[in-house]
Design a protein around this ligand. Structure first.
Ligand SMILES: Cc1cc2nc3c(=O)[nH]c(=O)nc-3n(C[C@H](O)[C@H](O)[C@H](O)COP(=O)(O)OP(=O)(O)OC[C@H]3O[C@@H](n4cnc5c(N)ncnc54)[C@H](O)[C@@H]3O)c2cc1C
Length: 417
């Protein structure tokens, strides 16, 4: 992707039509931003769910636990949403982008013209494909409906098998244990969250789950699923062993919803490719959130971020870009996860080539790991250490050289590093 792409922006007419496809977190922020920036033209927000724009993190935590209502996830109170003065087409699916005519085809056959289009179509939970998968109700967790369907299974006397030891799988496991269910996590790789955290953090997660009574089986390959007795299903493993359970949850990753873009001939590469101006290979089409593949200087390559921070910030950036405002979206990635009272946060991208400096003991309740390139902090990862991490984030952003021995000393405040 060439960086000149963002230089072709022209201010948009106040009578233009901007359409946002995808009424999730990124779409919701894009809509608010367009109005906040003074766009007075026609604004259409199309989403194939029945809910207003909302945040998904509580769906594996408080909403799944029955401790928060689905409506608590909405980005805006109903009156603030109504005040945006937009057309919200709920339960509506866009089926095609006609770039030549600059219009969208809707599932009911209607055609909708646009001047600027923002794709915020997110992703969907990857389906489990093993023999016998149709013989059991295999849950996935992406939507409010998914959380409400799974929640009743999380209670004492029920056994849950979670397939996949990534973030969603581990958060479901933590919530299920908290609600009293028996939980087994099956992970095909040799460690938890292998794709996103270094080995020392996988170890920490393993210890955390074991200490709460979750059974974690690593290197576990699923051979199939079969009906069992007493309302149970049976998960068959490749080594011949079996596990009977009341519910199966597959947390095996996300498939980006990039088909619309791909079929319209936009550049895609595991998601919709955009530049730092959130612009796709069509200057009138922008993309943001889980569906967007963005150049990231912190990673040294382009990547697709699946995080709350990115959905919000890139949704805002894409809206500004659609209005012709200057945008240079190159975020320091930030992700968090909450499991059993542990708040884990990752800033930046820890790489195997980085030197690790620990502040506190990995595995303890609270610690921070710094990932250094020479004497510059490139990434941090911490458990229950939000304050230290806020300071550390500044170090990363400022590329400020640090003294590793002082960083490692919890008696030297982060503000004095
Ligand atoms: C259970 C769960 C827990 C999470 N926890 C955390 C966390 O703790 N920390 C963190 O940083 N991140 C977390 N995340 C990630 C974060 O929630 C996502 O990155 C964020 O929701 C992405 O927002 P989005 O708007 O890009 O996509 P989405 O929220 O997926 O919104 C996309 C919307 O577009 C709709 N759509 C798709 N195609 C079409 C079409 N053709 N026509 C109409 N509508 C369409 C989709 O149905 C969907 O409603 C979690 C995610 C999940 C699922």
């Amino acid at each position: 992707m060439d960086s000149e792409r963002s230089d072709t922006a022209t201010p948009i007419s106040p009578t233009a039509t901007i359409v946002i496809v995808g009424a999730g977190q990124a779409g919701g922020w894009a809509a608010q931003t367009l109005r906040n920036e003074g766009f007075t033209g026609r604004l259409v927000l199309i989403g194939d769910e029945a809910h207003p724009p909302h945040e998904r993190p509580p769906l594996s935590k408080a909403v799944l636990a029955g401790e928060a209502a689905p409506a608590s996830t909405w980005l805006l109170k109903p009156e603030a949403f109504a005040a945006l003065g937009l057309e919200w087409w709920l339960d509506t699916r866009v089926t095609r982008i006609d770039r030549a005519a600059k219009r969208l085809e809707i599932a009911n056959g209607e055609m909708l013209p646009y001047d600027k289009l923002i794709l915020c179509t997110g992703g969907r939970a990857r389906a489990l494909t093993v023999p016998g998968v149709d013989t059991a109700a295999v849950h996935t967790l992406r939507t409010i409906g998914d959380a409400l369907a799974l929640a009743p299974a999380l209670r004492p006397g029920r056994s849950i098998v979670v397939i996949g030891g990534g973030w969603i799988g581990l958060e479901v496991a933590a919530t299920a244990r908290r609600k009293g269910a028996e939980v087994t996590v099956l992970e095909a790789q040799s460690r938890l969250c292998e794709r996103t955290v270094p080995p020392e953090v996988s170890e920490h997660l393993l210890g955390l789950h074991a200490s709460h009574g979750t059974r974690v089986m690593l290197g576990a390959n699923i051979a199939g699923i079969a009906p069992g007795t007493g309302g149970r299903s049976v998960v068959k493993l490749a080594d011949g062993s079996t596990l009977a359970c009341h519910a199966i949850v597959a947390g095996v990753g996300l498939v980006p919803n990039d088909e619309l873009a791909w079929e319209a001939g936009l550049e895609c590469d595991g998601g919709v490719v955009v530049d730092a101006g959130c612009r796709t290979s069509d200057p009138d089409i922008f993309a943001a959130g889980d569906v967007a593949v963005t150049p990231n200087p912190w990673a040294g390559r382009r990547l697709r971020l699946e995080s709350w921070q990115n959905a919000q910030e890139q949704g805002i950036a894409a809206a500004r870009a659609a209005l012709g405002l200057a945008v240079d979206y190159q975020p320091l990635p930030w992700f968090w996860s909450d499991q059993y009272g542990m708040n884990l946060q990752i800033h930046g991208i820890p790489l195997p080539s980085h030197r690790v400096v620990a502040r506190g003991t990995p595995g303890a309740d609270s610690f921070v790991l710094f990932y250094l390139d020479g004497d510059v902090v490139k990434a941090t990862l911490g458990s229950n250490a939000a304050r230290d991490l806020r300071f550390a984030r500044r170090h990363i952003e400022q590329c400020k050289p640090v003294d590793a021995s002082r960083l490692a000393d919890p008696n030297v405040p982060m503000s004095r590093q």
